[in-house]
Design a protein around this ligand. Structure first.
Ligand SMILES: C[S@@+](CC[C@H](N)C(=O)[O-])C[C@H]1O[C@@H](n2cnc3c(N)ncnc32)[C@H](O)[C@@H]1O
Ligand SMILES: [Zn+2]
Ligand SMILES: [Zn+2]
Ligand SMILES: [Zn+2]
Ligand SMILES: [Zn+2]
Length: 273
């Protein structure tokens, strides 16, 4: 486990990315020309809402369908700094940040874990998984080097037949979110959210009401019961303690072999190597 890291607030691009991928960090969306009092919801004539409906309820919580597995959904896009709207806009949740208090703590066999000091209502935005955005090849290289001890999350999004993988490594640069452990019955889900640029932010939302003091966990990926790959990849035994525990930490085989068929047609699956 890696204890020392540089604390960052937003993801930073790594040199392993292609020129086109690096350029995405500086190419800002046009934004809406709504006024400062606009709500930018589905009832308004907001250009940010033309292709993507508002993903949030009026209290800022994510709409329930975004947390249903196996549903095909449009990407979540928020208003950003190129938009004319201001404080009343309902499409600024990740952009506003979170006032929750999160704390790293010793979580026995799992190493350090992350817990909340305040209760978190279901479907609230909790935090963003920030780190270096690296290429898929670099992610494969790094996870080979740090097998069973990685801080890389890979988001897979499907746009029709096209697939986009976003790999974020929080080993050297990250935030408290890097201490999120895996659970086979997690209380957080990752949802890619876009604001300002087309690079998705990997955002964690509460899957259910979470009590003060509870450990925050996420499903690192597939958790099928042993499929024979555990031995091949010497996967780590899972210590999540849930009644439906799959036995091993998930491992993203597709990073190493692109010929492996993807399962289902989710708009987004998040996996950690
Ligand atoms: C993103 S880090 C999480 C923070 C880490 N526990 C630490 O101390 O820095 C992922 C690593 O934590 C450990 N881990 C996370 N969830 C686990 C679980 N359910 N059972 C066993 N180890 C776990 C594994 O070593 C995994 O590679
Ligand atoms: Zn807006
Ligand atoms: Zn607008
Ligand atoms: Zn807008
Ligand atoms: Zn488990």
């Amino acid at each position: 486990m890696e204890l020392s890291y540089e604390d960052i607030k937003e993801c930073v691009p790594h040199d392993s990315l292609s020129r086109a991928a690096l350029d995405e960090f500086d190419s800002y969306f046009a934004g809406c020309d709504c006024g400062p009092l606009a709500l930018c919801d589905d009832c308004n004539d907001c250009s940010c809402r033309k292709h993507t409906p508002l993903a949030y309820e009026a209290d800022g919580r994510l709409r329930a369908e975004y947390l249903q597995p196996s549903t095909v959904l449009p990407p979540v896009m928020e208003c950003g700094w190129t938009c004319g709207c201001k404080g009343r806009c309902l499409s600024r949740v990740v952009g506003r940040g979170s006032s929750l208090q999160l704390q790293a703590f010793p979580a026995a066999q799992k190493g350090i874990g992350l817990r909340t000091l305040l209760p978190i209502p279901s479907r609230s935005f909790v935090c963003q998984y920030v780190g270096e955005v690296i290429s898929v090849e670099e992610a494969a290289r790094r996870s080979e080097k740090h097998r069973n001890d990685t801080y890389i999350f890979t988001a897979q999004e499907y746009f029709g037949n096209a697939r986009r993988k976003t790999c974020v490594d929080a080993r050297k640069k990250g935030s408290l979110a890097r201490f999120l452990n895996h659970s086979c019955d997690p209380n957080l889900a990752i949802v890619p959210v876009r604001l300002d640029v087309s690079v998705p932010r990997l955002c964690l939302f509460a899957k259910r009401d979470i009590m003060a003091g509870e450990e925050l966990t996420v499903d690192y990926g597939r958790h099928e019961v042993d499929d024979g790959l555990s031995a091949a990849f010497s996967r780590k035994v899972c210590a999540c303690g849930s009644s439906n525990c799959g036995g091993f930490l998930p491992f993203e085989e597709t990073l190493f072999d692109d010929s492996i068929d993807e399962k289902g047609s989710l708009v987004c699956t998040i996996e950690i190597q």
